[in-house]
Design a protein around this ligand. Structure first.
Ligand code: SF4
Length: 94
């Protein structure tokens, strides 16, 4: 699992540091993630920090789910593109 803080959204409330100090630290008034991988045993705390962030600035990447999610969104985008190509044009020309 990986965590990421969007520095542009973070309002520096420190809630994530309180919820999951093994992953988040304050730096120049903003939170940042200081570990490459969320340590085993801290995943639930990290998810809680993400859910409770008042600025929705924390994103969580779950290893298996994120790959599946990426594949699903890619397939959906390809499907929608092919659907658009098959639909008749309603601009009056064709
Ligand atoms: S809880 Fe959210 S807004 Fe508050 S310091 Fe952490 S990332 Fe920033």
């Amino acid at each position: 699992m990986k965590a990421k803080v969007d520095q542009g959204l973070c309002v520096g409330s420190r809630d994530c540091v309180s919820a999951c100090p093994s992953v988040f630290k304050m730096r120049d008034g903003k939170s940042s993630v200081y570990v490459e991988e969320v340590p085993a045993g801290s995943e639930d705390e990290c998810r809680k920090a993400s859910k409770e962030c008042p600025a929705s600035a924390i994103s969580i990447e779950e290893k298996k789910d994120s790959k599946l999610s990426h594949c699903q969104s890619t397939v959906t985008a390809e499907h929608e593109r092919s659907q658009d190509a098959d639909e008749p044009c309603d601009d009056g020309i064709g």
